[in-house]
Ligand binder design. Structure first.
Ligand code: ADP
Ligand code: MG
Length: 592
């Protein structure tokens, strides 16, 4: 399934490491340079990336005093050979890139060889490391450490340690005025650090992350390798029902998309929980974020954003990573088709799943009481503990309903059909929205397929006059042939008046007469999705109303028609059509 090497998948053994080399001048000139340590959180970023590049299975991060007092990152990766240790803090010295062309098939997060050098210039840094044992190597070898201050070696020594690297940065920005800016803002900086580490933990579910801030556990993951599990650990989700898996490949192998998306219940007030990775690198590509949100279109309330994590794998040569190191934008060769695929994937997943009866509160920040010392309570810090014992598997996820197998039992409040599924679970079906969905999809199909249109106009006994604004009149005039194709016969009646002679035929369409002014205004909207908007409104106004008595036969007919549609779970406005009370729910609530 994964044609492209996933960063998570090659963690069984530690990666081979190339020797440390100073980059040739021509390569230095061609890679985008940038100030990498602008603030404490950027130090954490660089050190975590180095740990991941070293193939660590576990990354432990300790932060004190907003990062100014201390930042320590401990990994169990390949380590640094003792003879290279004293060169790691030299500028443009890296083991990851040798010639410029390597950038085209880069699998590491770093490659500029600048981070440690930049940190060494503004802090005291100690690198303790022991290289991974080669078979012949003496297993009694100790680890070596070197401390630099102001770029100069201050001290060195040896001590025992398993393979891997510990980098400790203290007294950050001691020699630069910018330090003042961060001395009071420890809380803010801690917040950024938690967010940052959370991203890497999402991007590398196979790696065990552990972050403590001033001795408190801020977050930890189990390194289960399962993205859904990582999301539940990081976001304190307790219900797998709220996350849905998406996975797709394009036929030409330009991309592979995988991830979990939260349903409408998880609506958030910021975009903070939209996490996207391209080849393991956290990115912020506005066009792709928009595409994802577009998939939720009417499903989330205005101003709300989803919770989701999406991994995009593309062949390395189709993504440009040589951008400013602090920037998280990337250029993707097939961005447009990836965007379209994302929208479609999100939409189809959400449209097929019935809503759940309970509302699920999205657990926000939870303070961990365990291990809390006497330090004062910090607000603004997102602290989550692990969701013990919870394992989400995509197999638990409920599959789409077989609506044709539903047996209507009764009608509730002349508005909701109660139906039993073969497994004994109960479905509630909103009759108006179900009918709306059926009509909407019919209109959409008939706008594409001419054959479905024949005889689908219902001639009005009395034509209706509608009045347009001037700019609307022009647009409407141009669209008259399209409207005719939908069964709406309309003609200009001089000036800005139009005469509507027919509406699309079929049950319930007489109800449209009262809404012709509104409908023609939509048909004259200056937007690219006016037609979809029109379909939604036509469907809404002609659908069965709530308050209409339905016989069991009529209920069955409606359910049969709903079984035929593409998206039976949500109405065109994005509201739920189906509510599902599973057997498990009944057993649990009745305590059977
Ligand atoms: P880059 O990551 O761009 O190569 P850095 O300045 O971050 O540059 O690191 C310089 C070099 O130090 C790396 O190329 C790598 O060889 C070595 N190094 C740094 N951190 C680690 C680590 N945690 N484990 C193993 N090697 C490391
Ligand atoms: Mg690096």
């Amino acid at each position: 399934m994964n044609q492209f090497p996933l960063p998570q998948s090659d963690h069984e053994a530690l990666p081979a490491r190339n020797p440390l080399r100073e980059l040739p001048a021509d390569v230095i000139e061609r890679i985008a340079a940038g100030e990498v340590v602008e603030r404490p959180v950027s130090v954490v970023k660089e050190l975590v990336e180095n740990a991941l590049d070293a193939g660590a299975h576990e990354v432990r991060i300790e932060v004190r005093g907003g990062g100014l007092r201390m930042i320590r990152v401990i990994d169990d990766g390949v380590g640094i050979p003792v003879e290279e240790l004293e060169h790691v803090c030299l500028r443009h010295t890296t083991s990851k890139l040798q010639v410029f062309e390597d950038l085209n098939h880069l699998h590491s997060l770093g490659f500029r060889g600048e981070a440690l050098a930049s940190i060494a210039a503004v802090a005291e840094i100690t690198v303790l490391s022991r290289a991974q044992e080669t078979e012949s190597a003496d297993t009694e070898q100790p680890a070596h450490w070197i401390t630099w201050r102001g770029g100069e070696i201050l001290q060195r020594g040896q001590r025992a340690r398993l393979h891997g690297t510990t980098v400790t940065v203290v007294d950050l920005f001691h020699n630069v005025p910018v330090r003042l800016q961060y001395t009071r803002g420890a809380r803010t900086e801690n917040g950024h650090i938690v967010q940052l580490v959370r991203r890497y933990a999402l991007g590398y579910p196979v790696v065990r992350f552990h972050l403590t801030i001033d001795e408190h556990i801020a977050l930890q993951t189990s390194g289960s390798g399962n993205l859904a599990t990582a999301m539940t650990e990081l976001y304190q989700l307790s219900l797998d029902e709220v996350l849905r898996e998406i996975a797709l490949n394009d036929s030409e192998q330009h991309y592979h998309i995988y991830g979990f998306i939260g349903n409408r219940v998880l609506a958030q007030s910021s975009r903070q929980h939209i996490a996207m990775f391209v080849n393991g690198r956290w990115v912020q590509v506005t066009a792709l974020q928009d595409a994802l949100e577009q998939g939720y279109r009417n499903l989330l309330p205005k101003g709300k954003h989803p919770v989701l994590t999406i991994m995009i794998e593309v062949p390395p040569e189709e993504v440009d990573v040589n951008i400013h190191p602090a920037k998280t934008d990337v250029h993707l060769l097939y961005e447009k088709s990836i965007a379209a695929a994302l929208t479609q994937a999100v939409r189809s997943v959400l449209e097929r799943n019935p809503a759940l009866p309970e509302t699920v509160a999205f657990p926000g920040p939870i303070m961990v009481t365990q291990r809390r010392l006497s330090a004062p309570r910090r607000r603004g810090l997102h602290v989550a503990e692990t969701a013990d014992g919870y394992h989400a598997t995509s197999a638990d996820a409920e599959s789409a309903v077989a609506i044709e197998q539903l047996r209507p039992l009764a009608q509730l409040q002349q508005a909701v059909i109660l139906a039993e599924a073969p497994d004994g679970s109960l479905y509630l079906v909103d009759q108006h929205r179900a009918h709306e969905r059926i009509i909407y999809e019919h209109l959409r199909r008939s706008s594409i397929d001419e054959k479905q249109r024949e005889g689908h106009a219902h001639l009005l006994l009395e034509p209706v006059i509608v009045e347009m604004k001037r700019y609307e009149a022009e647009l409407l005039e141009q669209r008259l042939p399209l409207l005719r194709g939908l069964g709406i016969e309309c003609e200009r009646f001089g000036g800005r008046s139009f005469l509507v002679r027919s509406v699309p035929g079929g049950e319930g369409y007489e109800q449209l007469v009262a809404h012709l002014q509104e409908l023609t205004e939509i048909a004259a909207e200056d937007s690219t999705d006016w037609m979809d908007h029109l379909f939604i409104n036509l469907a809404c106004h002609s659908a069965l109303k709530r308050g209409r008595d339905l016989s069991i036969g009529e209920q069955k007919t409606l359910l049969n028609a709903l079984a035929q549609v593409m998206a039976p779970a949500v109405c065109p406005h994005g509201s739920p059509i189906l509510l599902h009370y599973s057997r498990a729910f009944l057993i649990d609530k009745f305590d059977w």
